[in-house]
Design a protein around this ligand. Structure first.
Ligand SMILES: Cc1cc2nc3c(=O)[nH]c(=O)nc-3n(C[C@H](O)[C@H](O)[C@H](O)COP(=O)(O)OP(=O)(O)OC[C@H]3O[C@@H](n4cnc5c(N)ncnc54)[C@H](O)[C@@H]3O)c2cc1C
Length: 287
């Protein structure tokens, strides 16, 4: 319950935050909504001696559309995502997933940037971002670079982000009008991380699936982009054979741990069920 002591910083610009990260190296941690970091500090699993709070950096807040991309500032809260008209119209899988994350109080504080930066395989937004083909904009001392969500996650809590970089934006190619999407999450209770979850996004023309993408949550040490599973749907009428193949290919790439959510083989089985349900609902939503 009691964290270690630390010095608190509240920069007003991204450059200011980067300067603090450079100065204090791995002694410093960025603080966004604090609803993953502070619990870890209370357990002393994280003992940073410098906290760099990002909340006062105005440029990190907000949701907009820029050309063909939806741009979500890293400090946008899950609540703001949940009530965004723009996302409801153009990319409803994001608010749909936000509603399945944690609980109202956590969603008022937790940010989408913190959710994707964190590196906990239990977080839901990373798989959504992989399914959407999103890019994460990282700003460091040498400028900015974009990292594909599909390349960002290396292992539990290990990501492509450097210690002196700030994730500033999530940039999502605006999904095609009429696409269908669904996020199916099996969990033990409200506020729990998934036993398994699946994001599916697809387009259908004249009864044929013309594009598909699938990603999985919490069935490996990272989110999983299920490329082969999605490939099994494209060009088909989403009939039983195609769906069975997609489910099997998705199950094959899972490597869950056994924990309080059940043994590994059960979680793989649940992942398959989530994929099946998400495909069915995405198909229904398409058009
Ligand atoms: C009771 C409870 C239930 C929860 N249930 C779920 C759930 O079902 N699904 C789910 O996905 N999450 C869940 N969460 C986690 C919650 O959504 C977190 O808020 C979120 O994962 C992290 O976002 P944050 O803004 O709180 O980040 P913080 O806790 O502030 O930071 C998390 C990590 O990310 C880093 N970080 C944050 N922002 C940036 C940035 N802009 N650039 C670089 N690094 C950054 C921090 O340094 C830290 O290492 C739950 C949390 C609680 C307390």
């Amino acid at each position: 319950m009691i964290p270690g002591s630390f010095e608190y910083h509240r920069p007003e610009s991204v450059d200011g935050a980067i300067a603090l990260l450079n100065e204090h190296g791995d002694e410093a941690r960025l603080l966004a909504g604090g609803h993953s970091l502070i619990p870890m500090m209370k357990l002393r699993m994280a003992v940073p001696s410098h906290i760099v709070d990002l909340q006062a950096i105005d440029s990190l807040h907000g949701i907009s559309e820029d050309g063909g991309e939806l741009v979500i500032g890293a400090l946008t809260t899950q609540h703001e995502v949940l009530i965004s008209d723009l996302l409801a119209r153009k990319c409803p899988i994001i608010p749909e997933a936000a509603a399945l994350i944690a609980d109202p109080q956590v969603r008022y504080c937790g940010t989408i940037g913190g959710n994707v930066a964190n590196g906990d395989p239990g977080n839901d937004m990373p798989a959504i971002m992989q399914a959407l083909g999103a890019r994460f904009r990282a700003v460091g001392p040498n400028g900015s670079r974009d990292i594909a969500a599909r390349d960002y996650y290396e292992a539990a809590y290990f990501t492509e982000l450097e210690e002196n970089e700030v994730l500033t934006q999530i940039r999502i190619p605006t999904p095609a009008a009429g696409h269908g999407a669904a996020y199916e999450k099996q969990k033990r209770k409200i506020g729990d991380y998934a036993t398994a979850a699946a994001a599916v996004i697809l387009t259908v023309e004249s009864g044929r699936c013309t594009s598909a993408s699938i990603a999985l949550t919490n069935v490996a040490s990272t989110p999983l982009y299920a490329e082969a599973a999605a490939g099994a749907l494209v060009g088909t009428d989403l009939g039983a054979d195609a769906v069975d193949t997609a489910v099997r290919l998705a199950e094959e790439i899972t490597e869950p741990t056994s924990d309080g959510r059940g043994p590994a083989d059960f979680r793989t089985h649940v992942a398959g069920i989530m994929v099946r349900r998400a495909i069915a609902r995405a198909q229904k939503n398409a058009g």
